[in-house]
Design a protein around this ligand. Structure first.
Ligand SMILES: [Zn+2]
Length: 296
């Protein structure tokens, strides 16, 4: 399969920043790992794609997390992304599916229309930056656009799409993020809003074999822009046996002894990628020894 990537562009005359991406592979991988229903897959896939786009706005080493906490049946969606194009995420109840609405996956009903979107950015400062807005529609893209406009005061348009076929296979996923900065050219912004309103769905464009640059060409038709960067994006989790060991050690000696006695070991599953780390009695004893070495 072709690799996922995003492009970053700028329309200098108009003070507009633009990003677009294809994320079919990473959404497919995430949904397979989480065995997500088509609707949960679309919701998670849109959130992951949004995370990948937002990650591209970070500087080296910075990270961000998106938390969609709606009152819908699939529960919260958590996505983490970094500046190097890596993204991971999960949805609380991935197996829950919804009836189609007008022939489309009903993401808004699955996520819920009431709730919050929290964006946390680890910018390498003492305290992480955090912004929260009420969910706008539960459609994910509109929620992110609302967050940017309200919380960061950057008027933004966001389009995110995941196309899942009748067999539940992800056939196309991608999105765009357009942001305007002062001094703003209101007439041009109006033109772009109209273009975005009239353009085909992102997944339609991608399913024609087109890519992120074609998405920008459609939006910026008649407005010159410069491509600044093209970058690979991928589903990647940073969990490891060492991290899980550290987490187990932090539970303390009592809890580790209980796991040994009652369960004869511990299976720890990473929420983000579903990798299972197995610890038998001997492994837990090694961790206990480590704790007592630290104490004495
Ligand atoms: Zn993991």
């Amino acid at each position: 399969m072709a690799k996922d990537y995003l492009v970053r562009a700028i329309a200098r005359e108009a003070n507009i920043r633009a990003l677009a991406c294809v994320s079919t592979g990473l959404v497919e991988e995430a949904c397979a790992r989480h065995q997500a229903s088509p609707t949960a897959c679309a919701a998670l896939g849109r959130a992951l794609t949004g995370g990948a786009l937002m990650g591209a706005l970070l500087k080296d080493g910075q990270r961000l997390a998106l938390k969609f906490e709606g009152d819908g049946p699939i529960g919260k969606i958590i996505v983490e992304a970094d500046s190097s194009g890596h993204v991971r995420g999960y949805v609380a109840n991935p197996k829950i599916d919804m009836e189609l609405r007008d022939g489309k996956l009903d993401v808004a009903r699955a996520v819920g229309k009431s709730g919050t979107l929290t964006v946390i950015k680890d910018l390498g400062l003492k305290e992480p930056y955090s912004g929260m807005v009420p969910l706008y529609s539960g459609e994910i893209a509109e929620d992110l656009a609302y967050y940017f406009t309200e919380s960061e005061q950057i008027p933004s348009a966001v389009g995110l799409g995941v196309f899942v076929n009748t067999e539940g296979v992800v056939r196309a996923a991608g999105g765009f993020l357009i942001q305007s900065f002062p001094p703003r050219d209101d007439r041009l912004i109006e033109k772009l809003i109209t273009k975005i309103g009239e353009m085909p769905m992102v997944t339609e464009i991608l399913r024609e074999g087109k890519g992120p640059v074609d998405i920008l060409d459609i939006i910026f038709e008649g407005t010159p822009y410069d491509l600044l960067e093209e970058k690979e994006i991928a589903f990647k989790c940073n969990c490891s046996k060492e991290r899980v060991e550290a987490a187990l050690i932090s539970l303390g000696a009592e809890e580790l002894k209980r796991l040994m006695m009652e369960d004869g070991g511990a299976d720890v599953k990473c929420e983000f990628c579903r990798t299972v780390y197995e610890f038998d009695e001997e492994d837990l004893q090694t961790l206990l020894d480590e704790i007592s070495r630290k104490i004495h």
